[in-house]
Each structure stands twice: as structure tokens, then as C-alpha cells.
Design a protein around this ligand. Structure first.
Ligand SMILES: NC(=O)c1ccc[n+]([C@@H]2O[C@H](COP(=O)([O-])OP(=O)(O)OC[C@H]3O[C@@H](n4cnc5c(N)ncnc54)[C@H](OP(=O)(O)O)[C@@H]3O)[C@@H](O)[C@H]2O)c1
Length: 292
């Protein structure tokens, strides 16, 4: 199977590219300049030219606060882009795996959101991602919609919390981290192989993929500092979400991953990413990407 990856310069896109390589799958990894998914004619022409056996959409506009101020880019990239891919995949009769987010939920729950829970987004980013899900479901019969949360570990991304924490820790004496926002950190190196597992079958539908367990940003930050040997160098303080400006975020967006399960917990995944960054390895799961 030849896999066409959009948004391939991003965190997850790069990891899906690497996971295809580890499995010996032929792939076409396209960054934004190579394929802008908002350009419907180019989407059609690119899929016709490469004739992939499946498409994985990792392209997205992830600026949550920016989406609140101006929803235009979010609608274009998170909703109309996936629609363009869905229409082209239907025409080519190939599966489309589209990546979505825990932010389609409002965060009011007290137990993990299942794939059967009706989504109710709290902010405009979430609304745009939900519209993208709906378009994919509507226009591509052979679809997978995979929601992930708090992605980290990718080399190309601007949104990796672990990288940001390490940078902040080297420049600041005190860090204040939100303690009333809980979700499941998810390593792109663990999620990407699971996306390929899905693509290898025909069990189409909606899925949740995260590392096991859940934590607040404060707990995650503490784990990162500990794993990086920086706990003594930086003072970590608890903060409340309401202290910071910007779009509302779901307070609790833990995803119930049934029927799937990533065996690796978020703490172990975090430590692997930090250890591999220190050693210069590209995939923290080791040679060939074999999960432990
Ligand atoms: N990061 C998280 O914590 C998180 C949490 C939940 C869900 N997700 C979802 O997971 C998926 C992957 O996220 P990620 O963290 O890998 O994001 P990322 O690192 O920001 O990568 C997204 C990529 O999409 C590209 N892109 C933007 N607009 C595009 C367009 N019009 N056409 C083609 N490519 C375009 C970006 O390029 P530029 O950089 O040049 O704009 C970037 O390389 C997304 O669907 C995201 O919504 C992410």
C-alpha cells in the first residue's frame, strides 16, 4: 500500500512518515508547500498523479487562540481541507484517515469520553475540527476519524509541549503550569503505528488514540523536569486556567480509547522522548520503531 501523508512536516505527519518507513511501506510525504489541502484542484490532481492506496491527513491549523480571534484559517484548513481530501478519496475509492482532537468535547465530563459520546466543542478551533470530522464522514465512505490529545515528540512541530518545557526551563527560574486542565499526553511515536494498523484493515469509523493514563499540565511539566534532570533548577508552581487569557479549553478531555489500546503510559512515553532527544535518536521506541 502506498500512503500519501499530508502535513508531513508537522509533528504527527513526520512520525507517520517514519512509521511507514519502519514498515517498508511506500509513501508520499507532502508538506504544506507541496500540497495545500485547501486547494481543491491541487488535492484532486495530486491524488490522481500519485495514485496512493490510502491518505493520512495530518495537516491542521492548531492555533486555538488564533481560531477564536479569526476563524477563517481554521475553517479553511480544519474543515474545508479535509472535505477536499474526502471528495478526492471517494473519487479514487481509497481510504482516508483523518486526525481530529479531544477539543471536540466540552470538558464537563467526569469520566473519559467514548467514541459514542456526542461532541460539543467549547471553542472555535474545536468547532472547525468537528466540521472537518463531519465532512470526512459525509463525503468519504471509507474513512477513519482518529481523535488524539496533547500530541508531543515530533521533530517538526511547533506545538510540542515537551520541547517548549525544555526551552522554558533553560531560560526561566519559575514556571507556572495549569493544574485544572486534564487530558492524556500522546507521543506521536506511539500513535503513528496505530494509525497504520487501522489503515491495514477495513474497520472504518471513529477512534480515540492516546497514551494510557491522564494528568494535568502541571503534573506533565513536573514529569518532564524530573526526566530531564531539571527539577532542582526550575521552580514549578501550580496555576489555574482562569489566570491566563485566550480561548476556553475543555477542563477534562480524557479520551476512552476502547476498542483500541496503546500499552505505553504517558509517563513512560514522555521519558522515552526526552531520552531520545538527549541521545539524538529520531524514534524513541528504538531501531525499527518496535514498541516495548
Ligand atoms: N498538537 C496537539 O497537541 C494536538 C492535540 C489534539 C489533536 N491534534 C491534531 O493532530 C493532528 C496533527 O497535529 P500536529 O501536532 O502534528 O500539528 P503540527 O505539528 O502543527 O502539524 C500540522 C502541519 O500541517 C501543516 N499545514 C497547515 N495548513 C496546511 C494546509 N493548508 N495544507 C497542508 N498542510 C498544512 C502545517 O504546516 P505549517 O507549519 O507550514 O503551517 C504543519 O506542518 C492535527 O489534526 C491536530 O489538529 C493535535
Amino acid at each position: 500500500m502506498k500512503v500519501l501523508i499530508t502535513g508531513a512536516a508537522g509533528q504527527l505527519g513526520g512520525a507517520v512518515d517514519a512509521a511507514c518507513g519502519a514498515r517498508g511501506l511506500e509513501r508520499v510525504a507532502l508538506s504544506r508547500p507541496e500540497l495545500d489541502i485547501t486547494d481543491q484542484a491541487r488535492v484532486e490532481a495530486t491524488i490522481a498523479a500519485h495514485a496512493p492506496g490510502a491518505v493520512v491527513n495530518c495537516a491542521a491549523y492548531n492555533d486555538v487562540d488564533g481560531s477564536e480571534r479569526d476563524m477563517g484559517p481554521a475553517i479553511a484548513i480544519n474543515a474545508l481541507g479535509p472535505r477536499n481530501l474526502a471528495v478526492a478519496c471517494r473519487r479514487a475509492d481509497i481510504p482516508l484517515l483523518h486526525v481530529s482532537t479531544d477539543y471536540v468535547f466540552d470538558g464537563q465530563a467526569e469520566r473519559p469520553y467514548t467514541i459514542a459520546t456526542p461532541p460539543v466543542p467549547l471553542n472555535r478551533y474545536g468547532e472547525s475540527k468537528l466540521l472537518g470530522e463531519r465532512y470526512v464522514e459525509q463525503f468519504s465512505p471509507r474513512h477513519f476519524v482518529v481523535r488524539v490529545s496533547w500530541l508531543f515528540g515530533g521533530s517538526g512541530g511547533k506545538h510540542c509541549f515537551v520541547s517548549k518545557m525544555l526551552t522554558w526551563a533553560s531560560t526561566r527560574e519559575t514556571l507556572r503550569m495549569v493544574d485544572d486542565h486534564v487530558a492524556a499526553p500522546t507521543s506521536v511515536h506511539d500513535a503513528a503505528p496505530m494509525l497504520l494498523d487501522l489503515l491495514e484493515g477495513e474497520a472504518y469509523g471513529t477512534y480515540h488514540v492516546t497514551n494510557q493514563g491522564a494528568c494535568s499540565r502541571y503534573e506533565w511539566a513536573a514529569e518532564i523536569l524530573e526526566a530531564a534532570g531539571l527539577s532542582d533548577k526550575v521552580r514549578l508552581e501550580r496555576a489555574r486556567r482562569a489566570e491566563f487569557p485566550g480561548a476556553a479549553r475543555p477542563a477534562y478531555s480524557v479520551l476512552d480509547t476502547a476498542p483500541l489500546s496503546l500499552r505505553v503510559g504517558w509517563r513512560e512515553a514522555t521519558r522515552r522522548v526526552i531520552a531520545s532527544a538527549a541521545s539524538g535518536a529520531s524514534d524513541p521506541r528504538g531501531p525499527g520503531g518496535a514498541a516495548g
